[in-house]
Design a protein around this ligand. Structure first.
Ligand code: MV4
Length: 469
């Protein structure tokens, strides 16, 4: 679909991303061949690789994203913590340099108090993380964290943070130009996630007041500026039950969930990424930026929630996309699309905007009912169950909410609409059988035919009455 819609398409290699999308030279060569001036790295693949941003720049092209130096500054989690601390952005209590030994780990853990979290210094996204609740577990956890970090990032450096219990994941969108101006566009609430994969995001967050938004926003802008950040970026925070927030890390790319911010601020983030890359100045005044209404995004993936979110492959046979006021579909599939295991299972994002959170939840529910994807399993029904969930509707969510709630979400019976459609289909089939019980054989009994007709008429009226509500 994206190839057909593009003005020009260049073959960059075979389907495995290691042979195509992850080969920087192939991408840069494609830009050269077409005379493109700039490369937008999207999300995933090479979007946060310092070396790629540098290679694009060295090739005389524009990288639509932050300078390579800013990616590097935020890439090391311990360096990012030091940067944040240096400008007064709160971070979780912990070490600001990698652990040197088990003795160092024991001493640091005692200083901050259990439970603690071991994190990979080159990490992010949860890889190489270990919760340690007791001194006796520390040695083993340190070893396995190092091993996982080494495997995933080629670096076994690990550091310690105090473990924050049941926080929310709230992130702040920032936008900075190349002339030193930077604003924040408020928060996104991203707590509804499973195994570090976000499933639902919203803006604003039910627990963020204008005052807290201003403080978190200023903290995010300060950290981003300290890294020399330009273009669109996101600072991740944990927000605890007391309303205290802690900087975790910065995502140096446009994120999947950026549409919710676009809808509540009215600012087209991707357009501004391009305008910033072209050297334009930001025209925004921080005081005038405030979220209007409520936006929610559901990630529609080719995964089967009933089967432990197993990836589902196949051909999309039929697609019906919801439409109407306050509904946006950012999709990458159409009827005939082949869903393979080569790429991320996300096939589309359904995003709604409404005046209030309640209205947005209702609108999302209606839009999900309208969404039809056949040929592959999708997360659509799962999202319907979340929109119907009482705790979600009250906004009572934290980063463990989904995994806690999963069993009851999956146990819920099908929605009323589905039962209704099934009832109508059953009634129509029964009606057809009754009218043609002889399956094409000619009638031999006109009296019996008359009785059947009468019965059918009464049955039909009764059924219509029953189906009225
Ligand atoms: C934490 C934490 C609790 N305490 N740090 C996970 C991914 C990475 N970005 C940081 N993560 C966490 N860091 C401290 N000190 C809990 C998580 C965490 C998490 C954070 C955001 C969204 C989802 C999460 C799921 C599990 C754990």
């Amino acid at each position: 679909m994206h190839v057909r819609e593009a003005d020009e398409a260049i073959y960059i290699g075979a389907s495995p991303s290691a042979e195509s999308y992850l080969v920087g030279d192939r991408i840069i060569e494609a830009a050269r061949k077409t005379g493109a001036e700039a490369i937008h790295p999207g999300y995933g693949f090479l979007s946060e690789r310092e070396w790629f941003a540098r290679a694009v720049r060295d090739a005389g092209l524009i990288f639509v994203g932050p300078p390579a130096e800013a990616i590097a500054a935020m890439g090391s989690k311990t360096a990012a913590r030091q940067l944040a601390i240096s400008v007064g952005t709160p971070v979780v209590p912990g070490t600001t340099s990698p652990l040197e030994s088990l003795a160092d780990a024991v001493e640091s853990a005692d200083r901050f108090g259990y439970p603690i979290l071991l994190k990979a210094a080159s990490g992010g996204g949860g890889k190489g993380m270990r919760i340690v609740r007791d001194k006796s577990e520390l040695g083993g956890a340190l070893e396995s964290a190092r091993r996982e970090a080494k495997g995933a990032f080629g670096d076994d450096a690990v550091y310690i943070e105090k473990y924050v219990e049941q926080p929310r994941h709230v992130e702040i969108q920032v936008l900075g130009d190349a002339h030193g101006a930077m604003v924040h566009l408020g928060e996104r609430e991203c707590s509804v996630q499973r195994r570090h994969q976000k499933m639902i995001e919203e803006a604003p967050s039910v627990v963020v007041t204008p005052e807290l938004r201003a403080r978190m926003g200023a903290a995010a802008v300060a950290a981003a500026k300290a890294a020399g950040y330009v273009n669109a970026g996101t600072c991740e925070f944990l927000l605890d039950k007391n309303g205290d927030f802690y900087f975790l890390e910065m995502n140096t790319r446009i994120q999947v969930e950026h549409p919710v911010t676009e809808l509540v601020t009215g600012i087209d983030l991707v357009q501004w990424q391009l305008r910033i890359a072209a050297g334009e100045r930001l025209p925004f005044v921080q005081e005038n930026i405030a979220p209007k209404g409520w936006a929610i995004e559901c990630r529609i993936t080719s995964e089967d929630p009933a089967n432990g979110f197993l990836p589902s492959t196949g051909t999309v046979q039929y697609l019906h996309v919801p439409a109407g006021p306050g509904i946006r579909w950012d999709g990458g599939i159409e009827a005939g699309s082949e869903i393979s295991l080569f790429y991320d299972p996300m096939v589309g994002k359904l995003i709604v905007h409404a005046p209030t959170r309640d209205a947005a939840v209702a609108r999302m529910h209606r839009a999900l009912l309208e969404l039809t994807v056949s040929g592959i399993e999708t997360s659509r029904d799962f999202h319907l169950r979340v929109m119907e969930d009482a705790e979600f509707r009250r906004g009572e969510i934290d980063i463990q909410w989904l995994e806690r709630r999963l069993p009851s979400l999956l146990a819920v019976k099908p929605p009323l609409e589905t039962l209704r459609v099934a009832a109508i289909a059953a009634a129509l089939l029964a009606e057809r059988d009754r009218l043609a019980p002889r399956a094409g054989r000619p009638s031999t009994d006109p009296v019996e035919d008359g009785r059947r007709e009468q019965l059918t008429e009464w049955t039909r009226l009764a059924r219509l009455e029953a189906l009225r509500d």
